[in-house]
Design a protein around this ligand. Sequence first.
Ligand code: FES
Ligand SMILES: [Fe+2]
Length: 424
Amino acid sequence: MLSRHDNETLTRTGQGEPMGEVIRRYWMPALLASELPGPDCPPVRVRLLGEQLVAFRDTQGKVGLLSEFCPHRLTSMFFGRNEEGGLRCVYHGWKFDVAGNCLDMMNEPPGSDYHTKIKTVSYPVVEMGDVIWAYLGPEDKKPPLPKFEWTQVPDSHRLVTKNWQECNWLQALEGGIDTAHAPILHRRISPTTQRPGISVNTNLVKGEAPRLEVDRTDYGYRYAGIRSIPDDKELIRGYQFVMPFHQIRPLQFGLQGQEPRQLIAGHTWVPMDDENCMVYNWMYNFGGDPLTDFDKEEEYQLGRGPGEMLPDFRTRRNKSNDWMIDREVQKYETFTGIEGINVQDQAIQESMGPIVDRSNENLSASDMAIVIARRMLLESASTVGDGGDPLGTGESYYNVRAIDGILPKGTDWKEALADQMYPH
Ligand code: FES
Ligand SMILES: [Fe+2]
């Protein structure tokens, strides 16, 4: 349970809001690089932390992220012409480069230098890992580049998708770090169904509650869901939470009937505004091999496959159609009757309403990782409010992995898995 005040602090991300000021201190995904496929391609709208922006790629391939509204009379630059090194507003022809400088004004007399006095809002961007990242914070506080391991592997080793989720960023993040729900929400109830999910028949993962252990770090924390398995052993699912909104999880045991492979996946939940977030879903092979079609298919089956997405990155299965729940499937095949593990997550997170009122919760022991994440975010909000730096704006998260391990009962996983979770 959280006080109403703390709930407000955690969920509001606009300019000047305590959490808004925290999140503005990190690089954050703004759009997929593929949304701007080439020089002078059409601009796209971007909504980040309640700010309405427009992204474009200029003639040289450089990306700009500007206020959506032209500083002359506030027309949307989405309708602008992307031409010869700048984006030109179609109303009176003011033209801006990627840095927000006004290059030309078609409604001014020849010789006028008025354009040199006008700038539009522009934010720094960097293209990395198939994603265009933006920094919306104070210039002198810009952190090192977002070199997560997944952004550094060759393109052939990585798959990134994104989807629009209709709820506050924090309830989506909390779904991602809540390891206890996985074998419940995502379980299959029929041993023969072909639908993806976690089988209740496997020897490794049953529906029992895991023991949760959280190990705080300077980038967030690593945490493990620990479950007893036969032969006096324990299955450790070692995850990472990187401030302020990244989850990294191991994939090896998520793949049914296959040899364990060197795959890691994760999500990043970026607030579009306080009632919507954009979820970046990524997976990569850290072992030096490109992803196979099979790997990609596994990821797509979670619910982000090409046939599942609408052009605006909403999912075909969404709130307006109850995520296409099939009650027959729920009765005989899967716990939810909703197709796709990510869609199941999305459904239950959105079902809480746009911003859940956490003062009404009744938390249990399995919610420990969520409680600690909230605490860290609140601590960062007060640190930033006092003029300090939030957690995780250094480089220590560059070197983190999520790993599954099987260890003899009673082994200290933090020590036993340290080399694999911090490999470099
Ligand atoms: S509103 Fe953009 S040039 Fe006038
Ligand atoms: Fe889930």
